[in-house]
Write a new protein. Structure first.
Length: 173
């Protein structure tokens, strides 16, 4: 599983095959297929492993917007781990089946956690808007590296993101 997480995150769904993953893991492709059924099955498990832990949206929080913003800023720092769910999503989204699997993983895990944390109407829509804000910030700060976000003072950036998230987190009047 570790080899598959690393390979899919670095190269995306279309950029790596079961044989390559199996070789790095020190097993045969036949063994991988025996346990996961196919590359698609293996990818589905990788998505589940990466999206299941509450890494971005806290499961319980007195201040959801601020806590989420702080985690986002920390996870997008230059020295933060590069092998996370966002990188997997970004590198695999061009494949329609991989995008479908990622969409299901988001809905099952991070989207469900965010939706459950929100009070009031339209929680799913608001959660997905929040995830779009997080993903866009991640993309601009970490992948593209725009100077305004890349070089921002972390505390100030977290405060600004929290203010935007607060609009999403607060139930509409």
């Amino acid at each position: 599983m570790d080899s598959a997480v690393t390979a899919f995150t670095r190269h995306g769904y279309d950029g790596v095959g079961v044989r390559e993953i199996a070789t790095v893991a020190g097993v045969t492709a036949m063994l991988v297929n025996r346990y996961f059924g196919s590359k698609e099955g293996l990818f589905t498990e990788v998505v589940d492993v990466l999206f299941a832990p509450p890494a971005m949206i806290p499961t319980e929080s007195a201040n959801l917007a601020a806590d989420t913003a702080r985690v986002l800023v920390a996870r997008t720092e230059p020295d933060a781990d590069h092998l996370g769910p966002f990188e997997l999503l970004l590198r695999s989204a061009a494949n329609p089946r991989a995008a479908e699997i990622v969409r299901a993983g988001i809905a099952k895990h991070v989207g469900a956690r965010f939706t459950a944390a929100l009070d009031g109407p339209d929680a799913q829509e608001r959660a997905e808007l929040g995830l779009a804000l997080l993903a866009g910030t991640w993309l601009m700060r970490r992948i593209i590296g725009t100077p305004g976000l890349r070089d921002a003072e972390p505390g100030l950036l977290a405060t600004q993101i929290a203010r935007m998230l607060e609009v999403i987190v607060r139930p509409p009047a």
